[in-house]
Write a protein that binds this ligand. Structure first.
Ligand SMILES: C[S@@+](CC[C@H](N)C(=O)[O-])C[C@H]1O[C@@H](n2cnc3c(N)ncnc32)[C@H](O)[C@@H]1O
Ligand SMILES: [Zn+2]
Length: 277
């Protein structure tokens, strides 16, 4: 259940808004999500993915190239919740909802709570759940560093290519709760970088400083796919950070390709919250 981002009290839903006992109220948007970012909580330097990135991500993900990742992560979470009665899972930095809705369909007994700082992304999550008739997901605009849930709310927090918060995730997970972090493997998209850069580098492992957690499992998933159209190549490029860091000449090289074989490589890490946090 949500808590008030201003005073921390429980939020109750009443018709088209969520409100707390201290009179703070948050309207539910027409699409069905709630914006729980306070003015103070807004970060002028980070409003998350912009509409162009959200569109590119949706177009690319809907082509199914990353479906094996969604399935593998769902398998891992399914194992983690198998002895839990009504598991609660937060998808932190859920983006436009491709993974959240895939997980929700697969793990029907779980309730999913997706948050993202990008309003456009969260609005698209609602489109997904309405179109696909998914009932076990709720979405809010919020920050990963200030999750609008009571402490010890979740059995799992899953975080895919999105910011990771040691302190906040430890606070919002139940005792013995699990954190599932998906990040790129060293070879992820290497072939695309080889087109863009003279000296492409392998991705360095992310260092999250998760000292309130123990790493309890690490799964590598790597496969190659052929991006079959120029549109797919462009969508993938536009959803990566390279889009904003690449010269026009290099981007043009990519635009001339008819297809591109790429490595999709992921590391799925499972952490367990340490005792006492
Ligand atoms: C690379 S995208 C990944 C989205 C999604 N998990 C996926 O894999 O498709 C990173 C996401 O993190 C979101 N984001 C960035 N900073 C954030 C923050 N402080 N709190 C919550 N979300 C954030 C962005 O808006 C974006 O949707
Ligand atoms: Zn309040």
């Amino acid at each position: 259940m949500y808590v008030c981002p201003v005073c921390g009290k429980k939020l109750k839903r009443h018709e088209k808004s969520w409100h707390c006992q201290n009179g703070h109220s948050f309207d539910i948007a027409k699409k069905g999500y709630v914006n729980l970012l306070t003015t103070a909580g807004r970060n002028p330097r980070n409003s998350g993915d912009n509409p162009q990135m959200v569109k590119a991500r949706t177009e690319f993900l809907d082509r199914g190239y990353y479906t094996p990742l969604a399935e593998k992560t769902a398998d891992i979470m399914s194992e983690l919740v198998k002895n839990i009665d009504r598991p609660v899972i937060i998808d932190s930095g859920c983006g436009e909802g491709f993974y959240t809705s895939a997980y929700a369909k697969r793990l029907g007994k779980c309730s999913f709570w997706g948050i993202d700082i990008s309003k456009t992304a969260v609005a698209h999550c609602m489109t997904r759940v309405h179109t696909e008739n998914i009932v076990n997901c709720q979405f809010a605009v919020a920050s990963s560093f200030s999750l609008p849930f009571k402490d010890k709310f979740a059995d799992i927090i899953v975080c895919t290519f999105a910011p990771v918060s040691n302190d906040e995730y430890a606070r919002k997970l139940k005792d013995n709760g699990r954190l599932v972090v998906v990040s790129p493997s060293p070879r992820h998209l290497f072939e695309m970088k080889s087109v863009l850069y003279d000296m492409p580098y392998e991705n360095k492992p992310n260092v999250y400083g998760l000292n309130k957690f123990d790493l309890t499992d690490e799964t590598f998933l790597e496969y190659t796919v052929r991006l079959e159209t120029k549109e797919d190549i462009c969508s993938l490029f536009a959803m990566t950070p390279y889009f904003y860091k690449t010269s026009e000449a290099a981007a043009k090289r990519l635009n001339t390709l008819e297809y591109l074989d790429i490595t999709c490589g992921f590391v799925i890490q499972t952490y367990t919250k340490k005792r006492g946090f």
